[in-house]
Design a protein around this ligand. Structure first.
Ligand code: FAD
Length: 296
């Protein structure tokens, strides 16, 4: 299968990439790792007349870690994220989630910016950005804006991004000292898109929950945050609590069915993975509270 004819552009700077997008409008698409866009073009499901390759744009693959955040240029590959010791230390849930994306050959080319802009409802990186409420910096010819991830994903493959904007960088807050985390997903085969994914963080103070976040993918057209904190805060951890909270927060989900799973199956899997993720995140938080600050 071959794509329809297109004109290829290779700008060296974000300013020039944005200028091209402004001139060409919806006839153009940015090209990042090509792991989603190229198959769509080969199947003629996407037929852009112009491709604006971001590969040689300077400064889009930098990873910067500060005391409070992890910032990655949009062309940072999934493999770079997976292999970065600094990211593993500052935001281990991001490392863990990234290892579940496809196979390493795909992660070698696929980028964080491409995954965020593509917005597949089953994808791991959008889920993590929603869980942690990342900031997505979008740039166009006349300026930049910072968009909260929780307001970025509208529905399957539809985002807040304007067609003249490129994702320039993604900034995730670091996990706090003592914050336990877990990432769980269910896929039919290793490397497949997950049917359902769950990401969670919890904090404990004096043996009781003082904070919790949990987000789920694969149960709606965009990642969903579930209100676990209101059930957990003030409670002491126990398997019975995980079961009760998982049942309560997933009861209202109404996922659609497809050839891979019915909607009911997806809701059941989300419930089970929520229970598992709460237990695993709590276990980590309990271990971390016994360790010196700064080590996770
Ligand atoms: C066999 C296979 C299995 C896969 N399994 C998984 C999986 O399990 N989980 C998962 O999350 N993904 C999976 N993927 C998708 C993979 O993660 C892609 O890399 C990712 O979805 C897109 O990233 P990319 O860099 O390849 O973007 P591209 O394919 O180059 O672009 C994707 C879309 O984003 C736009 N875009 C790209 N970069 C930018 C930018 N900086 N600003 C604005 N728009 C931009 C493009 O115009 C295009 O519309 C799989 C892919 C394949 C081929």
């Amino acid at each position: 299968m071959k794509p329809a004819a297109f004109e290829y552009h290779d700008p060296p700077t974000t300013a020039e990439a944005c200028e091209l997008l402004a001139q060409l409008g919806d006839e153009a698409k940015p090209l990042a790792g090509g792991q989603s866009l190229v198959p769509l073009m080969n199947m003629r499901l996407a037929t852009p007349r112009h491709l604006i390759d971001l590969r040689n744009v300077a400064g889009l693959s930098d990873i910067t870690i500060s005391d409070t955040s992890v910032t990655m240029g949009s062309m940072t590959t999934q493999r770079q994220i997976e292999l970065s010791p600094a990211i593993r230390k500052a935001c281990p849930i991001l490392t863990e989630a990234t290892t579940h994306i496809a196979h390493f050959q795909i992660r070698q080319r696929g980028t964080i910016g491409g995954s965020i802009a593509h917005a597949d409802p089953a994808a791991e990186l959008p889920l993590i950005t929603v869980l942690l409420d990342a900031r997505i910096v979008a740039r166009r010819a006349d300026g930049t804006r910072s968009i909260p991830a929780r307001g970025f994903f509208y529905s399957a493959f539809v985002t807040e991004l304007d067609e003249t904007e490129i994702v320039e960088s993604i900034e995730l807050p670091r996990l706090a000292d003592g914050e336990g985390w877990a990432f769980e997903e269910f896929a039919r085969r290793q490397g497949d898109f997950a049917l359902v994914g769950v990401a969670a963080t919890v904090t404990l103070t004096d043996g009781k929950y003082s904070g919790a976040r949990l987000a789920v993918s694969g149960v709606a057209s965009a990642p969903v945050l579930l209100p676990v904190a209101e059930h957990l805060v003030g409670e002491r951890p126990s398997p019975a609590l995980y079961r009760r909270v998982a049942a309560a927060v997933t009861a209202g989900l109404t996922p659609g069915g497809d050839i891979h799973a019915t909607g009911e199956d997806r809701r059941d899997i989300a419930g089970h993975l929520t229970e598992v993720a709460l237990a695993a995140a709590t276990e980590r938080a309990l271990q971390l509270t016994d360790r010196p600050a700064g080590r996770r």
